[in-house]
Design a protein around this ligand. Structure first.
Ligand SMILES: [Zn+2]
Length: 456
């Protein structure tokens, strides 16, 4: 469940309750849909993607709007990173006040935190528009499903047909719970049957998020929208690696992906590099990852920290707090000599030598450094593709396994080492004013993923 936002987790619990309430409500003529208990914001746990307003009374510099980043932190002027993920708003008020006190920045700080926009939740399954929706305070299961349209559309259809003297449409799938709802005839049957079908579909899908769909391996779709059955999980640590941000990352992938990550870590270890920090691979059944990731949906992608310094074994709590070290200067124009080392090139070369690497995404400044530094065999530079961010981690993408005919393979990178005008383009962009980017909404999953997502 770690991949579903906390708000969604709470809603899954509510689904169970709702299902019971629906069953209990079957006999009541004219019953309206039961209200769900309000999962109000007081105990809402912050997570990546949430936007908060922080007011530090009398301190304009320390007042403003901040986003919880993918590492679960907010970045405050003067203080730096404050870990917010997992805290309530009042918990964050305390954490900010403590940081201000420790830094001797404000005497007797008085801090207020309010959530101004919530991260997304995911509605998957028997709905018209599965995908990512903004969580809102007090949101219930029904309101989430309503957002995704089906329930209310079915209501409208059923009403329209009844008003013409017809019967509502039969649910195309779903449990036979409606047959128990007999006291009020077909009206309640169609109403609760349909809501029940949608709710149970959501329930089974949400529950499914915790576990892989049974094998054999079946990869469907593309990295940007797809799923997989038969995923296996990377252990939390092994020779040469430690997984990090386990509360928000996910570590499931195709068996070949998992064994290649282990192989990369073992090779790096043999080469004398420090443990690799591994984060996001995929959810147990693929699909969109929270936090605005636009890939990682097939179990063929992995994010690996670029820091090769020696590391001790971290505790579970420390692993949640790790900040990956950026190898690039804040101005994005060159690597940061304070952190860069030839060992980073060793790591990148090892990664590029793994079998079936499709490409490896790295920051343009890192690519330019490779173009300058790599001597001898430069053929592997073709796989090193400049991309936004990726200053602290590389994103390794493996090719679709040959026997996976439903896996959409992107064309290979263009020939050559990529150390040409196409690389300069990235730096030219830095001089331009940033373009506003609309919030990311994952596209609907391929229809064939329904079976994977609904498998027990
Ligand atoms: Zn990635």
């Amino acid at each position: 469940m770690q991949l579903v936002a906390a708000a969604a987790v709470r809603m899954v619990r509510q689904i169970c309750l709702l299902t019971l309430l629906l069953l209990a409500a079957c006999g009541g003529p004219g019953s309206e849909l039961p209200l769900l208990p309000d999962a109000g914001p007081p105990d809402y746990s912050l997570g990546p993607g949430d936007q908060v307003r922080i007011i530090t009374y009398g301190e304009e510099n320390l007042t403003g709007e901040f986003r919880v980043n993918d590492s679960g932190n907010i970045s405050l002027p003067l203080i730096g990173a404050v870990h917010a993920a997992g805290l309530t708003s009042s918990g964050l008020e305390g954490a900010v006040a403590t940081a201000l006190r420790h830094g001797d920045l404000v005497r007797g700080p008085s801090v207020a935190v309010e959530v101004i926009s919530y991260r997304s939740i995911y509605v998957l399954g028997e709905v018209n528009k599965p995908g990512q929706y903004a969580y809102q305070p007090g949101m219930t299961v029904l309101s989430a499903i309503a957002l995704s349209m089906t329930t209310w559309r079915l209501f409208a259809q059923a009403r329209a047909r009844r008003s013409k003297g017809g019967r509502g449409p039969r649910p195309s799938s779903g449990p036979a719970m409606s047959s128990r709802c007999s006291s009020d005839g077909s009206d309640n049957r169609s109403r609760f049957g349909r809501v029940g079908a949608a709710v149970l579909a959501a329930l089974s899908l949400a529950a499914a998020a915790d576990t892989p769909a049974p094998g054999p391996l079946h990869i469907i779709g593309s990295q940007a929208t797809g799923c997989l059955a038969g995923a296996v999980q990377l252990p939390s640590a092994g020779v040469g690696f430690q997984t990090i941000h386990r509360a928000r990352s996910s570590f499931w992938g195709a068996p070949s992906t998992i064994s290649r990550i282990e192989s990369l870590a073992a090779q790096a270890h043999s080469a004398g590099l420090g443990d690799l920090y591994i984060e996001d691979i995929s959810r147990p059944r693929g699909g969109p990852l929270p936090g605005g990731h636009q890939s990682h949906q097939l179990g063929l992608d992995v994010d690996v920290g670029l820091d090769t310094a020696p590391k001790r074994a971290l505790t579970a709590a420390e692993r949640e707090q790790v900040e990956l070290t950026s190898m690039v200067r804040p101005d994005q124009r060159a690597i940061d000599q304070a952190h860069w080392s030839p060992e980073v090139i060793t790591l990148l070369r090892l990664a590029a030598s793994l079998p079936d690497v499709d490409r490896i995404l790295i920051n343009p400044a890192i690519k330019r450094q490779l173009c300058q530094d790599v001597r001898g065999d430069r053929s592997w530079l073709r796989l090193m593709r400049p991309w936004y961010d990726h200053a602290a981690h590389m994103h390794i993408r493996f090719r679709c396994p040959a026997d996976q005919h439903d896996c959409a393979q992107a064309p290979p990178p263009p020939p050559g080492d990529g150390c040409d005008g196409t690389l300069q383009w990235w730096f030219d962009q830095l001089a331009l004013p940033p373009k506003p980017t609309p919030p990311y909404r994952p596209p609907p999953l391929p229809a064939a993923c329904k079976v994977v997502m609904q498998a027990p």
